[in-house]
Ligand binder design. Structure first.
Ligand SMILES: [Zn+2]
Ligand SMILES: [Zn+2]
Length: 313
């Protein structure tokens, strides 16, 4: 919306007035000064097959992406048609940067967004990544929880099923174990609730310790790929323990959604006060949630606390 108006303004077909700006800017993010500052840093280039053309940064010549196009741009860079494999955490942003601006201060596509998209893709999970050591969890808690439900599916459906489970159980799942050729299975993955497990702090610097988000939650999920054919079994073990998923208190342990970070960066640039920006972010929480996917609403937080805003500086 604002993107096409900016293009029209730069193209000279329309000039932004304060009234127009207020009418479209439901979030109250812009004023004319900011609009004009943005306008000064941008130029309009004719886009192929586009009615309005494409915005470029004068300084670097890189394109500024329309927010609604972020997902599509990242996907194209992450899963190039010329490759069999998806690009990694380092290569994907580089591929995006060939064409697109990724500087948040210059209205670019946030790098956090790219990182989150890669993680959401699930391709990384096929490699061995260990976030925390499940073996360190007490044996009793691991054997005490018996399977509560089990789903039969196929390889291509695993990602969709995991998404469905995360939404249904209000949980952000973390991969803790992935092993190829696990006895009877082609491969096996184990996920736990993001608040599961505990952190071993022996020998750690006591002064730098923060309160851990891990509360030993027992919600656990195992994905088993059978040797014969395409069959995959997803088994859910245990229940959430020690915390209430989707409660307000639980929200503070979720990562902040990248669009919220981008908006807070913008607000911070304008307002300059962390406390105020954090407050503004809470008032926009519903708006950002409404625009997010069903999964994102479960696995992200849509506001920032002052301390987090301060870290953007
Ligand atoms: Zn991928
Ligand atoms: Zn849990």
């Amino acid at each position: 919306m604002t993107y096409s108006l900016m293009a029209k303004d730069l193209g000279g077909t329309e000039t932004m007035s304060l009234a127009m700006l207020q009418a479209i800017d439901v979030r109250g993010l812009f004023d004319l000064k900011k609009w004009n500052r943005m306008k000064d840093s941008l130029m309009l280039c004719p886009g192929i097959g586009l009615e309005i053309g494409c915005l470029h940064l004068k300084s670097t010549g890189l394109k500024v992406a329309f927010m609604e196009d972020w997902a599509h741009i990242v996907h194209a860079a992450h899963c190039p048609l010329t490759h069999d494999n998806h690009l990694g955490v380092a290569a994907t942003p580089k591929a995006v940067q060939k064409e697109w601006c990724t500087d948040k201060r210059q209205h670019g596509l946030p790098l956090d967004y790219i990182k989150d998209s890669i993680h959401a893709c699930g391709c990384l999970l096929k490699e061995k990544i260990i976030y925390c050591d499940v073996a360190a969890m007490p044996i009793s808690s691991r054997t005490a929880n018996c399977p509560t439900s089990s789903i039969e599916t196929t390889t291509s459906q695993v990602e969709q099923q995991l998404t469905r489970i995360m939404i249904k159980h209000h949980t952000r799942l973390v991969l803790v174990r992935s092993s190829k050729r696990h006895r009877a299975y082609k491969w096996l993955q184990e996920y736990i609730c993001h608040r599961g497990g505990s952190i071993d702090r022996r020998g750690a610097d006591k002064r730098r310790q923060r309160k851990s988000k891990r509360c030993g939650c027992l919600f656990r999920l195992v994905v088993q790929h059978c040797h014969d054919g395409d069959r995959v079994t997803i088994t859910i073990h245990g229940n959430h323990t020690g915390h209430i998923p989707s409660s307000r208190a639980d929200l503070y342990h979720l990562p902040v959604h990248s669009t919220v970070v981008a908006y807070c960066m913008d607000d911070l640039f304008d307002v300059g006060m962390c406390r105020h920006v954090a407050k503004m972010s809470i008032s926009k929480e519903r708006f950002h949630m409404a625009n997010a996917s069903e999964l994102d609403r479960v696995i992200y937080r849509f506001f920032m606390i002052p301390k987090e805003v301060q870290m953007l500086l």
